[in-house]
Ligand binder design. Structure first.
Ligand SMILES: C[S@@+](CC[C@H](N)C(=O)[O-])C[C@H]1O[C@@H](n2cnc3c(N)ncnc32)[C@H](O)[C@@H]1O
Length: 283
């Protein structure tokens, strides 16, 4: 059963850390002339209108992009992210991960965006079509099946974003299985996995992200995690922050992301913190 709709959450603090990291990965891939392929296994609708009923219900963007959209950013990555978002925000829209990929990649690079929810898929199709991005493919299919079928790409350069809704507890083990399967065939894949940080209010799901990250680190591949927390871990709030685990991170993404997040949290409220931790250090 698919009930999750990202429009309720678009542009929140979780989108900010996830999209900053994803853009950092794309920017690094662009440093070489060689083409690359991007895979978005859980793409969502692609673009979100802040004035629609879902986005305006809880106005979650007010905990995220709205707080930083007009700041002066020291960090080059944050500047890039805010510039990219700016072109959407002038129309009161926010770019989802597939739109970020479509805009940031070069013409010769390829994007595969996968979405299982029929209505979200229709929106994704329309939104990506509007962006007129070459070599961009949308797939109405299970993201993990799609990754199995489409990886490794040729040439063997690229990155994967895995961003499930985590509504069911089993989705954490789906991520582990999905990543292990990809790595068997494509060991060099740069993989970004977003995860929520949940308090006891989340019941059985509390701690599931931490277990998933530990398990994924056992691949032994270079990886770091970056997290922002916007509130203390207490039952007052279900999701008190979120993080990204980056497997095979590009050179210096750790520095770029931590500088960007240090800038971001200055405007995310007094309780906010950001931390980047290497789990398996690149040698
Ligand atoms: C968190 S949203 C994605 C947001 C998007 N990545 C972004 O950052 O803009 C998760 C999406 O995954 C979709 N989904 C859930 N299970 C899926 C699966 N097995 N394969 C593909 N899509 C799935 C949901 O319908 C939902 O639209």
């Amino acid at each position: 059963m698919l009930s999750y709709q990202h429009a309720f959450h678009a542009g929140n603090h979780a989108d900010v850390i996830k999209h900053l990291c994803w853009l950092g990965v794309i920017n690094s891939l662009k440093k070489k002339d060689k083409p690359f392929t991007l895979f978005d296994s859980h793409a969502g609708a692609g673009c979100y209108d802040f004035s629609d009923a879902m986005s305006s219900k809880n106005k979650e963007y007010e905990t995220g992009i709205s707080r930083i959209q007009n700041i002066y950013a020291d960090s080059a990555l944050l500047k890039d992210y805010l510039t990219l978002c700016g072109t959407f925000l002038t129309h009161n829209n926010y770019p989802g991960s597939p739109a970020i990929s479509a805009v940031a990649k070069r013409e010769g690079d390829t994007l595969h965006a996968m979405e299982l929810h029929p209505a979200e898929f229709e929106k994704l199709n329309t939104n990506l079509y509007r962006l007129k991005s070459a070599n961009t493919h949308v797939h109405k299919r299970d993201g993990y099946q799609g990754l199995r079928a489409l990886t490794p790409p040729k040439p063997n350069r690229g990155a994967i974003l895995i961003d499930p809704p985590y509504e069911r507890a089993s989705e954490y083990s789906d991520v582990i299985k999905g990543v292990e399967q990809v790595l068997k065939r494509w060991k060099q894949a740069q993989i970004v996995i977003w995860y929520p940080l949940l308090s006891a209010r989340a019941g059985a799901k509390q701690g599931a992200s931490e277990v998933m990250v530990d398990k994924l680190a056992q691949t032994g591949l270079p990886c770091f995690k970056a997290e922002i927390k916007i509130a203390p871990n207490s039952e007052d709030i279900g999701m008190y922050g979120s993080g990204v685990l980056v497997i095979n991170p590009p050179w210096q993404l750790d520095l770029q992301l931590s500088t960007a997040l240090d800038d971001v949290i200055k405007d995310m409220g007094e309780a906010s913190t950001a931390e980047l931790t290497w789990i398996n250090q690149d040698t």
